[in-house]
Design a protein around this ligand. Structure first.
Ligand code: ZN
Length: 500
């Protein structure tokens, strides 16, 4: 092996080890750590960030990357992918002065904690100054990167390589043109969809049992993963053999735990299926937020919100909740889990209106980085957009601008990944249908067929391919949102009998 490559591999292992430790701290903060742990954690993360920075950003690494650049044609496919990955990461970090980089880790810890308290009390003012500091840092970061073009492009591309405002605008226009009239047709019908999941208690114990059964059906490897509980469900990938997902159980809202479990399991499967050949490496994780979200959404929506899913797995749920479901059936559950409602809360939104919630956030973020909005302007901008897109206006900031954790953690540019993920998922489903019948696999209770295709075409590559390369190789063509809009039209026309 090339001697420079050996050095890069060593650096990769060291950086990944520090990342491993930081991830365990994040996991702890989101699950078990007490409220007052925040100040100690802030300092610890500031120090580890500085260690990470100094280990990575220095003349040796710069020289190493320069040398590898010169001998690119001697590298294997995997080595070349690793070189490109670290060159990009180096540029992302090296432009920031070390003291600012480390202080930002501390700021994020404090602002997340302030957000949590503000959300609970509904008082945006206590969070506003910290949010403004996070925005200021992000604006400075955009300036440091000097990539030119629309300032928001720099942030978008950090989560989805290749994504720009121009592409995202066009994508959201295409969604809007289909979703808005479709939604109008549905709401004009004024249908009340009966639900066996409302007005009756489902024990947490029973929900846990069903969650566990579903994880087995989805092929989640419990020797390399665990499921825990947290208020906001998420996935933490420590390594491919240590994937931690969370869900949330509410007695009066069993669909919430069912779909949180399936969604996070989709993220988890991606991480567990990453090729062993990538080893203990920074590349041994999903390639982008959009592709990651496509994996959670293909399971949550294309599988979990399908009629075939309910026909196949309703008996399992009824076995646990025989009393609650004695007068119900699979079709009723299918319809109830797809009930379209314009609502205030993103994570409770149905599959059709979900993208409208993302558009609100996308447009606000774009305006922030064009310089038009600051933290103090966000509650009003938020409420106005909700009224415009969804026809509802939040009564307070907890159900408005404070509902998502992302901005407190500096995750600007992240939200579009959710809508992209849904759209990628439909394109992947369509590609699978050329090889086997997607619906039939669910009907046969053989989800391993779906998992196998995803592993072979997406998961195993980890971060060695970028999103466009993954999509092109897996589906035979470039990203095309029409698969998603066609899927939505087809699904909701049938569900709501819209042709009549
Ligand atoms: Zn997700």
């Amino acid at each position: 092996m090339n001697a420079y490559m050996e050095q890069l591999n060593k650096l990769d292992t060291q950086l990944n080890a520090l990342g491993f430790c930081e991830n365990l701290v994040f996991w702890d903060a989101a699950t078990l750590a007490p409220k007052n742990s925040v100040s100690g954690r802030g300092i610890a993360l500031e120090v580890t960030s500085e260690l990470y920075y100094n280990l990575f950003i220095n003349d040796n690494t710069k020289k190493l990357l320069d040398e590898l650049e010169k001998c690119q044609n001697e590298l294997t496919v995997l080595e070349l992918a690793k070189f490109k990955f670290f060159k990009e990461s180096y540029n992302q970090v090296a432009c920031i002065p070390v003291n600012e980089y480390a202080a930002y880790a501390n700021l994020k810890t404090k602002s997340s904690s302030a957000w949590e308290e503000a959300k609970e009390s509904g008082n945006f003012n206590t969070f506003e100054p910290l949010l403004q500091q996070v925005i200021d840092f992000q604006r400075k970061y955009v300036a440091y990167r000097q990539l030119g073009g629309h300032p928001y492009n720099t942030l978008l591309a950090d989560y989805e390589r290749g994504l720009t405002v121009e592409i995202a605008d066009k994508f959201f226009d295409e969604l809007r043109n289909v979703i808005v009239p479709l939604l109008k047709k549905i709401t004009d019908k004024n249908l009340v969809v009966p639900s066996p999941f409302e007005g009756v208690a489902y024990s947490v114990e029973g929900q846990k049992k069903f969650s566990n059964q579903i994880l087995d059906k989805l092929n989640f490897n419990k020797d390399s993963g665990i499921i825990a509980e947290s208020v906001h469900p998420f996935t933490m990938n420590i390594t491919r053999d240590d994937v931690r997902i969370t869900t949330v159980y509410q007695e009066d809202h069993p669909l919430s735990s069912i779909y949180s479990t399936i969604h996070e399991c989709g993220h988890g499967l991606y991480e567990q299926n990453i090729g062993e050949d990538l080893g203990f490496s920074k590349l041994s994780t999903g390639t982008s937020m959009g592709i990651h979200e496509s994996q959670s959404r293909i399971y949550e929506n294309n599988v979990g919100r399908s009629e075939a899913f309910w026909q196949t797995y309703f008996p399992l749920l009824k076995e646990i909740f025989s009393e609650q479901l004695k007068d119900s059936n699979a079709t009723e559950c299918y319809k109830a889990s797809n009930d379209v409602k314009t609502s205030l809360i993103r994570i409770e939104a149905d599959e059709l209106t979900y993208s409208l919630h993302i558009m609100v956030r996308y447009e606000i973020e774009k305006a922030i980085f064009e310089g038009g909005l600051d933290a103090k302007d966000l509650p009003k901008a938020w409420n106005d957009k909700y009224e415009e897109y969804l026809g509802v206006r939040p009564a307070n900031d907890s159900e408005g601008v404070l509902q998502d954790v992302h901005w407190s953690e500096g995750l600007f540019g992240y939200f579009p990944s959710y809508a992209l993920g849904s759209a990628y998922a439909s394109q992947f489903e369509s590609a699978m249908n050329k090889v086997f019948d997607f619906t039939e696999a669910i009907e046969k209770d053989d989800l391993s067929q779906i998992n196998g295709w995803l592993k072979e075409n997406i998961h195993k590559f980890g971060s060695t391919k970028n999103p466009a390369e993954i999509i092109e190789a897996a589906t035979g063509e470039a990203f095309n949102p029409k698969y998603f809009t066609d899927y939505l039209v087809d699904k909701y026309t049938k569900l709501y009998d819209l042709n009549k």
